[in-house]
Design a protein around this ligand. Structure first.
Ligand code: PLP
Length: 410
């Protein structure tokens, strides 16, 4: 195969059926943004919508907006808008809190549904916050934690396990699990499956209902572009909602919050997953951001993410290996989420140099240069240009001499 050229990438862009989606975003000049898996870019229309909420709904209408602007219904309304991107039904998803908080709710609810079982199974190498929460739930209920690599979860689950939790796409390697097969194995052992979709929602095709997932959490500020600190989403399969007993029984999970009853009576349906007053501004920002996905076929989006990743890997193999780098993500695109990690010993200053040039990825200690490919707004030529800049920095070789303060790269 002849070596990849920039011309090839321009041709791929010209043939890309999703190329027009880029116009739905406000992207800064001179930046190639490869960190949409950490903080998504700003979709057009969000700033205007947030200003309207602030000025009209808050400033003018004040507290009446809980009803007149339906702030009260916003968590469920935005959840229903997101549900099709997750392969869920509208009444199975709501928007609230953070991943860690929602994971806590789901794990406790799952443990309560499997009394007598003594273990929680989790993914070794998952995002640390997830496993910190697992440890805390285990301590609270006197359970044992078993951590195994994601690929071994299916084999490790047995009749002692109440719940197994793992990421659909690992945050470092991008390794993607077969949600249907793993869920089936978890169910065969009589356990429940809690999926973390942090690096999946808005990037790959999901089918929570079709795969039989019990519970899931996901992120609003990564590929969904909801803005910094955007609230998380939480999925509770319809068949579990009647028995869903999560521990954070705040008034928004009450059947009638505005009756101010002294006793708790759980709301029916997905509203039982809420706890407190919603963060209205960030929730509405996420609602507006989801317009960027209107009419988008998630299968096509996933395919573009894979193609972008394949492109970087090909460039890497043709031109970067002489610098001692290695692809630290699956080469099989069908087993990879929408980012590619390149391992390079002491590579932190390389990412800092890239960022100086307006090519924004991130670094995960000790050795991972991470490049995220948000399919709606990235072009094939962007990947080529970023990879060429990476090659130039590595070829100059002086990056090793210029240490960069840690903390400069998030
Ligand atoms: C980004 C991410 C989180 C973030 O957790 P918050 O509680 O929302 O801050 C958690 N888990 C995974 C796997 C992530 O990628």
């Amino acid at each position: 195969m002849p070596a990849l050229t920039r011309q090839d990438c321009l041709a791929l862009d010209a043939a890309d059926p999703l190329a027009g989606l880029r116009d739905r975003f406000d992207l800064p000049e001179g930046v190639i943004y490869l960190d949409g898996n950490s903080l998504g870019a700003l979709p057009k229309g969000v700033a205007e919508r947030v200003e309207q909420v602030v000025r009209a709904e808050w400033g003018r209408d004040l507290i009446r907006s809980w009803n007149t602007a339906d702030w009260y219904g916003a968590p469920g309304r935005v959840g229903a808008k997101l549900a099709p991107l997750l392969g869920a039904r509208p009444h199975e998803v709501t928007i609230t809190d953070t991943i860690s908080v929602n994971l806590y709710k789901l794990l406790v609810a799952a443990v309560r549904m499997r009394p007598g079982r003594t273990r929680i199974l989790c993914e070794a190498g998952n995002f640390p916050s997830d496993n910190h929460i697992v440890d805390s739930v285990a301590r609270q209920f006197g359970l044992e934690v078993v951590a195994v690599p994601a690929g071994e979860i299916a084999a490790a689950v047995d009749g002692t396990v109440a719940v197994a939790t793992l990421s659909h796409v690992n945050y470092r390697s991008a390794l993607m699990q077969d949600m249907g097969a793993v869920t089936e194995a978890i169910h065969r052992a009589g356990a429940l499956a809690v999926w973390d979709l942090a690096h999946s929602s808005g990037a790959v095709r999901l089918d929570l209902d079709g795969t039989g997932a019990d519970f899931a959490v996901g992120c609003g500020y990564k590929y969904l572009n909801g803005g910094p600190g955007a609230p998380s989403h939480i999925f509770v399969a319809e068949r579990h909602q009647a028995a869903f007993d999560q521990p954070l029984t705040g008034w928004f999970a009450h059947a009638a919050p505005f009756r101010f009853d002294p006793g708790f009576a759980r709301a029916e349906g997905i509203r039982a997953a809420l706890c407190s007053t919603p963060q209205v501004l960030s929730l509405i920002a996420l609602e507006a951001a989801l317009d960027a996905f209107a009419g988008v076929d998630m299968g096509a989006l996933e395919a573009k993410g894979r193609a972008l990743g394949d492109l970087l890997i090909r460039f890497h193999d043709e031109r970067l290996t002489r610098f001692g780098t290695a692809v630290a993500s699956p080469r099989d695109a069908a087993r990879r989420g929408s980012h590619v990690s390149i391992a390079l010993d002491g590579g932190f200053p390389v990412m800092a140099r890239l960022i100086e040039r307006g090519i924004i990825g991130d670094f995960r200690a000790p050795d991972i240069l991470r490049f995220g490919f948000a399919p709606p707004y990235l072009r094939f030529a962007d990947i080529y240009d970023a990879a060429e800049a990476l090659e130039a920095i590595l070829a100059a070789g002086d990056w090793r001499d210029a240490p960069v303060a840690t903390g400069a790269v998030t």
